[in-house]
Design a protein around this ligand. Structure first.
Ligand code: NAP
Ligand code: ZN
Length: 352
C-alpha cells in the first residue's frame, strides 16, 4: 500500500477537503496512473451528499471522481495494453466478475458484481473504492482505456462518463441521419449528447430551462432550441420525436417529453434524480412509446466512443479549475451554472 493525496467528503453535509488515502501497490494485472485531469459529474455531488441513499448509500469518507485521464507511471508484470508513459483513462467502473452473461456480452455496466470507481467495496483494501479526486489511482488493465493522443486532455476527461453515458443509448436506439432527437437539460451530459446526436447526423433539438444557453446549444450542434417553460414552443413538437435523451438531475415532468414522442419513439432517462418520477401510462399506450433508462456503457463501447471522438475531434467544453474550487463548483452545478463541465487540473493537488 502507499499513500495518495485526495479530496474527500467526511459527511453528507461537510465540504470536500484534502486528505490522504491508502491505495494498493499495482498487482500483476494493474496499471498505476498519475491523474492529470478529473471531470466533475453531477453523480459526484449526488453521492458526496448521500442523495442516492435509497439505492447506494454513501460510505464516508467519500472520494468522488470517475472521469479520469492521466499518464501511466507503473504497470504489473502481466499488463499487455499499457506501458509507463502512456496516456490512460478510467471511467465509472473498476471491476466486474468477467464471467456473467453481461460481461461476456461486453456490458460490464450491467454485471451483478460490478464495482464502481468510488463508494463500492474494494476487495484489495477491504474498504471502499476511492475515485479520481486524487493524485493517482491503481486499476486493473481491463478497465483502463486508451485516449486518442490528439484530444485535449482536460476536455477528454469527461468523455469517460458524460461521453459514454450519452453515446451508448444513442447507439442502442439507432440515432442516425433522418431521425429527430431531443436532448433535455444542457449540462455536462446534455452538451455531450448534442455533440454526438449532431455528429451522428440526427436533427437535434435541445430542451432547456436556461434562456441564456440558446446560443451555446446552437454552437454545440443543435438544429433547434426549445425553452421548456414556454408552452407554445413545447406544443409545436408534440408527437414528433424518434428519440429523446433526458439528462436532468432533479425531479421534473417527464410526461411532457413522453408526449413529444412519435409512434414507437423512446425516451431514455440518463439523469438520476433522487425522487421517483410520476409517469402517465396513457402517454405510453396510445403510440406504443417506451420509457427507459441506461447507465454508462461497456468497456468496448467506451473505447469505441473515445475513438469516435478522436476521429471527429469531440471533447467536452470545460471550465478547468483547481481542486481547491471543487466546493464552489458543486454549488454552481446545483444552479445549472456550468459551461459545460468542470475539469479539475490535478496539478493543483500538489500545492494543496
Ligand atoms: P449537470 O451538468 O448538473 O446538468 C443537469 C442539467 O439539468 C442542468 O444543466 C439543467 O440544464 C438541467 N436542469 C437543472 N435543473 C432543472 C430543473 N429544475 N428542471 C429541468 N431541468 C433542469 O448534470 P450532469 O453531470 O450532466 O448529470 C445529469 C444527471 O445524470 C445527474 O442526475 C447524474 O447523476 C446523472 N448521470 C447518470 C449517468 C448514467 O449512467 N445514467 C451517468 C452520469 C450522470 P438546462 O439549464 O439546460 O435546463
Ligand atoms: Zn458521471
Amino acid at each position: 500500500m502507499y499513500n495518495a493525496k485526495a479530496y474527500s467528503a467526511a459527511t453528507a453535509t461537510s465540504p470536500l477537503a484534502q486528505t490522504t488515502i491508502a491505495r494498493r501497490d499495482p498487482t500483476d494485472t494493474d496499471v498505476q496512473i498519475e491523474i492529470l485531469f478529473c471531470g466533475i459529474c453531477h453523480s459526484d455531488l449526488h453521492q458526496a451528499r448521500n442523495e442516492w441513499s435509497g439505492v447506494m448509500p454513501t460510505v464516508y469518507p467519500c472520494v468522488p471522481g470517475h472521469e479520469i485521464v492521466g499518464r501511466v507511471t507503473k504497470v504489473g508484470s502481466g499488463v499487455k495494453k499499457f506501458k509507463e508513459g502512456d496516456l490512460a483513462a478510467v471511467g465509472c467502473m473498476v471491476d466486474s466478475d468477467g464471467t456473467c452473461g453481461e460481461c461476456k456480452a461486453g456490458l460490464e455496466q450491467y454485471c451483478p458484481n460490478l464495482i464502481l470507481t468510488y463508494n463500492f467495496p474494494d476487495k484489495h483494501t477491504g474498504g471502499v473504492t476511492y475515485g479520481g479526486y486524487s493524485d493517482s489511482i491503481v486499476v486493473d488493465e481491463r478497465f483502463v482505456l486508451k485516449v486518442p493522443e490528439k484530444l485535449d486532455l482536460a476536455g477528454a476527461a469527461p468523455l469517460q462518463c458524460a461521453g459514454i453515458t450519452t453515446y451508448s443509448p444513442m447507439r442502442h436506439w439507432g440515432v442516425t441521419k433522418g431521425k429527430k432527437v431531443g436532448v433535455v437539460g444542457l449540462g455536462g451530459l446534455g452538451h455531450m449528447a448534442v455533440k454526438f446526436a449532431h455528429a451522428l447526423g440526427a436533427h437535434t433539438v435541445v430542451f432547456t430551462t436556461s434562456p441564456g444557453k440558446t446560443d451555446d446549444a446552437l454552437r454545440l450542434g443543435a438544429d433547434e432550441v426549445v425553452l421548456s417553460k414556454d408552452a407554445n414552443q413545447m406544443a409545436k413538437h408534440a408527437g414528433s420525436f424518434d428519440f429523446i435523451l433526458d439528462a436532468v438531475a432533479v425531479a421534473h415532468d417527464v410526461n411532457a417529453y413522453i408526449n413529444m414522442l412519435a409512434r414507437d419513439g423512446d425516451l431514455t432517462m440518463v439523469g438520476a434524480p433522487e425522487q421517483p418520477l410520476p409517469v402517465s401510462v396513457f402517454g405510453l399506450l396510445f403510440k406504443r412509446r417506451s420509457f427507459s433508462g441506461s447507465i454508462i456503457g461497456g468497456i468496448a463501447e467506451t473505447q469505441e466512443m473515445l475513438d469516435f471522438c478522436g476521429e471527429h475531434n469531440i471533447t467536452a467544453d470545460v471550465e478547468v479549475i483547481p481542486i481547491q474550487k471543487v466546493n464552489e463548483a458543486y454549488e454552481r452545478m446545483t444552479k445549472s451554472d456550468v459551461k459545460y463541465r468542470f475539469s479539475i487540473d490535478m496539478e493543483s493537488l500538489k500545492y494543496a
